[in-house]
Design a protein around this ligand. Structure first.
Ligand code: PLP
Length: 444
């Protein structure tokens, strides 16, 4: 067990104090602040393979992977060399470059999307895809699902998942809109339904389908904890297209993670548009949206829907994305290996929780997993309201127990963890040993 320096004297603690004086909450993205689990967030000094090292020199087995991008593990040689190689040729041109063509060719080949547009974050991707859907259909309304997070564009901050579920002030079940600063008029254009409720979706489409530009969804949810779609729900999602409504799969988290063709490939989806982020940039800031040529040709300068970006197609970011996707393509067995590691993790966690008498319900698909602290069969947490029943105090205690033992789990009950190609037997055994002890420390 690694000893954790006391917060008051730790370098992370000192950095956090300095950070709070100059940045809201001391962070640049809310969940990093540890508000829902308490304590001082660790400031990370370096990352290698499956490990993070904090500013105090403590090492952690990393189950966040930068919230998804680091599927190959940190500091992968192919990615490092690609970025270093690009660096010598200049860092930003504001003009077309060959790497963006190469990455677009690779993404279209792997996913079957006919056209792709690169942006710099997942938020930009979903925001742009929705503008495109509205421009293409001439309709105003969109549908999203409770607990799904699609980035922080105004119209999408409506019942929007983890950061909002666990924010100390935000509390569970926040009414729409779920952020201050979002005019009700914007939020009113976003219709919210329960995930995994095909009857509600059919009913809404039956009554208002002609007004709805797009239905956007996480094909496997990560942002309410992992929620897995039922076949009936997926069928209802595909039926929205009968109304001339575009189906937008937000694969920012699942893209290139659940398979080379994301959840679309794994679950046999037929979306009109898809959004990507995270892995597509290999740890550098990249997002993208793409799909059928007929729709994508509506994007400027080809079409009337405006969207642009100073750093879009940035050569360093393109190099990191290319190296990552090429490496994934060169290792066809990797997805099975990730799934196997994560399945063994799930089994071990269940055994450890049972031994300690702590009720948990585990959802896992591929290399995504959530341990919900509640008494329900594994795989039964299907909707936001189910996830919200979890005991967040018990989760926080377990999280702290894991952290103290050198395992960096996602600091929120309502997140997926991510495993990587760098996680092996040594990491699995150490994680399960830490988990067993951390469960013993949870008051149930
Ligand atoms: N969509 C999904 C499914 C996400 O998980 C996220 C971020 O976690 C986003 C969109 C937003 O991406 P970004 O944080 O890159 O803006």
């Amino acid at each position: 067990m690694s000893s954790t320096p006391s917060f008051s004297t730790s370098r992370s603690g000192a950095l956090f104090e300095r950070a709070k004086a100059v940045m809201p909450g001391g962070v640049n993205s809310p969940v990093r602040a540890f508000r829902s689990v308490g304590g001082v967030p660790r400031f990370i000094a370096s990352a290698q393979g499956a490990y993070l090292t904090d500013a105090d020199g403590q090492r952690y087995i990393d189950y966040i992977g930068s919230w998804g991008p680091m599927i190959l593990g940190h500091d992968h040689p192919a990615v490092r060399e690609a970025v270093a190689g690009a660096l010598g040729s200049g860092t930003s041109f504001g003009a077309p470059n060959e790497r963006e063509v190469e990455l677009a060719e690779l993404v279209t080949r792997l996913t079957g999307a006919e056209r792709v547009r690169f942006v710099s974050s997942g938020t930009e991707a979903t925001m742009s895809a929705l503008r495109l859907a509205r421009g293409f259909t001439g309709r105003k309304y969109i549908v999203k699902f409770r607990g799904n997070y699609h980035g922080h564009a105004d119209g999408l901050l409506v019942e929007a998942g983890s950061g909002l579920m666990t924010n100390a002030e935000g509390a569970l079940g926040a009414a729409a809109p779920s952020s201050a600063g979002v005019p009700e008029e914007y939020a009113a254009l976003t219709l919210v339904l329960d995930y995994n409720d095909p009857a509600a979706l059919d009913a809404l489409m039956g009554s208002r389908g002609q007004d709805i530009a797009a239905v956007i969804f996480e094909p496997v949810v990560g942002n309410a904890g992992v929620l897995i779609p039922t076949p009936e729900f997926l069928a209802a999602l595909h039926r929205v297209r009968d109304h001339g409504t575009l189906l937008i799969a937000d694969e920012v988290m699942t893209g290139f993670r659940l398979s080379l063709n994301g959840a679309t490939g794994l679950l046999g989806l037929r979306p009109d548009l898809r959004c990507w982020g995270k892995i597509i940039g290999g740890g550098l800031p990249v997002g993208a949206y793409g799909g059928r040529a007929e729709v994508m040709e509506f994007v400027s300068p080809q079409g009337p829907v405006y969207q642009a970006g100073t750093l879009s197609g940035n050569p360093l970011a393109m190099a990191a994305g290319l190296a990552t996707l090429r490496e994934l393509e060169a290792r066809p067995g990797l997805y099975a290996e990730l799934g196997e590691y994560t399945a063994r993790l799930a089994t071990g966690l269940r055994e450890a929780a049972e031994a300690a008498g702590v009720p948990v319900s585990i959802n896992r698909l591929g290399s995504m997993l959530t341990v919900f602290f509640q008494d329900a069969p594994d795989g039964s947490v299907a909707r936001y309201a189910d996830a919200a029943r979890s005991d967040t105090a018990a989760f926080a205690a377990w999280f702290q127990g894991m952290l103290a033992r050198g395992v960096y789990w996602a600091p929120s009950q309502f997140e997926s963890i991510f495993t990587s190609a760098a996680h092996g037997d040594a990491e699995l055994n150490a994680t399960l040993q830490a988990a067993a002890q951390a469960f013993q420390g949870v008051q149930s």
